[in-house]
Design a binder for this molecule. Structure first.
Ligand code: PMT
Length: 328
């Protein structure tokens, strides 16, 4: 037998890293419930409607994952992401006719709730003299939109929200989501805006109890690289799905090259490049033959960069579905 070449070797290494990651992960306590909700959601939305076709379904990931340092976790390494991108994009995907699986970090921004203040309960409501609770005038529009639009999306079966905190939960849930998504082929989209931990402590190497700080000057914790699941998602989990990943940098000089590198390395359909301080104003969509700058319409006070971004990605997704039909 021939010796495996370089790419076979790196594929085998990735496969064994992925296996090690999932083998060491603490099992999801609610996996049956998640699977049941997902199957129902995908069946409902993928069944052909009057026009004979099912709805397109997108999995939007949002917020940062944590990498715990202790099994009974007191401390963890966190990844920056407020969840604004994912929450806003979800609203525009719903507007564009998609059903959305919103895989989000607990406590991060939620769709339709972006214009609420930091502490909505205490800031939006007030007690009247008879101790009835009423919405403060200044927030009445924001509260109404949040409750009515959010409820409408969930109640009509178009929005399924699944929370995570740790990188173990996130990647296990992404894998679970990809199983029924695989069955709808090119009508599925993954929009991976979550900021996923690059390093983690494998569960079996993690101390059980709170790390003690007495006496030692150095904290010696060994972190292992989290395998990039993007390649696995594209190759094995949902090979026909339309896949969009994100690239965040703080140095604009390297951003586009890094995005291009990720596009090729992980075989993505597009990579959305964004710089930290301008991410709400401008992004660049990098595809194999294009670099499209997408900006927020500043003449409209409440426009979002996600508005033109989701329009563009939805058009690209439509062309991809058409191309896939022709190739059948
Ligand atoms: O939430 P906001 O405050 O609005 O900010 C939005 C954002 C800046 C977080 C978002 O637009 C963004 O850029 N998200 C990706 C940030 C990131 O950290 O990228 P990355 O270089 O670590 O990862 C690139 C891609 O690989 C991501 O799509 C990620 O989901 C994926 N990944 C990362 C690590 C890993 N082990 N497996 C992965 O699949």
């Amino acid at each position: 037998m021939d010796a495996p070449n370089g790419s076979q070797n790196s594929e085998q290494t990735l496969d064994s890293e992925v296996k090690a990651f999932f083998d060491s992960a603490p099992p999801l306590h609610n996996s049956n419930d998640v699977i049941q909700k997902l199957n129902h959601f995908i069946q409902l939305n993928s069944s052909p409607s009057e026009n004979g076709v099912g709805r397109r379904i997108v999995c939007v990931t949002s917020g940062g994952t944590t990498a715990p340092l202790e099994q009974r976790c007191v401390r963890y390494v966190d990844n920056f992401s407020s969840g604004h991108r994912g929450a806003t994009s979800t609203e525009y995907f719903l507007k564009a006719g998609y059903a959305v699986i919103f895989l989000y970090r607990r406590g991060s921004f939620q769709p339709f709730c972006r214009s609420l203040p930091g502490d909505p309960l205490l800031e939006c409501f007030e007690a009247t003299e008879g101790l009835n609770i009423q919405v403060r005038e200044a927030y009445s529009k924001a509260v109404k939109t949040a409750i009515v639009d959010h409820h409408a999306a969930v109640a009509s079966g178009l929005l399924l929200k699944l929370p995570f905190s740790t990188v173990f939960e996130y990647l296990q849930m992404l894998q679970i989501i990809s199983r029924p998504m695989k069955d709808i082929g090119p009508c599925a989209m993954f929009y991976l805006a979550a900021a996923v931990s690059d390093y983690y402590v494998p569960w079996k190497d993690m101390v059980e109890h709170k790390i003690q700080s007495d006496g030692s000057y150095l904290l010696d914790v060994k972190l292992v690289q989290v395998p990039k699941m993007l390649s696995v998602l594209r190759k094995d989990w949902a090979p026909l799905a339309f896949c969009i990943s994100f690239k965040l940098e703080t140095d604009t000089n390297i951003l586009l090259n890094k995005a291009r590198g990720a596009l090729e390395k992980y075989n993505m359909h597009a990579v959305v490049a964004n710089e930290l301080s301008t991410r709400k104003e401008k992004v660049v969509v990098v595809t194999i033959d294009d670099k499209i700058t997408v900006t927020r319409d500043k003449s409209k006070a409440d426009d979002d960069v996600e508005n033109p971004l989701i329009k563009l990605l939805s058009q690209r997704h439509s062309s991809y579905i058409e191309d896939s039909k022709r190739m059948r």
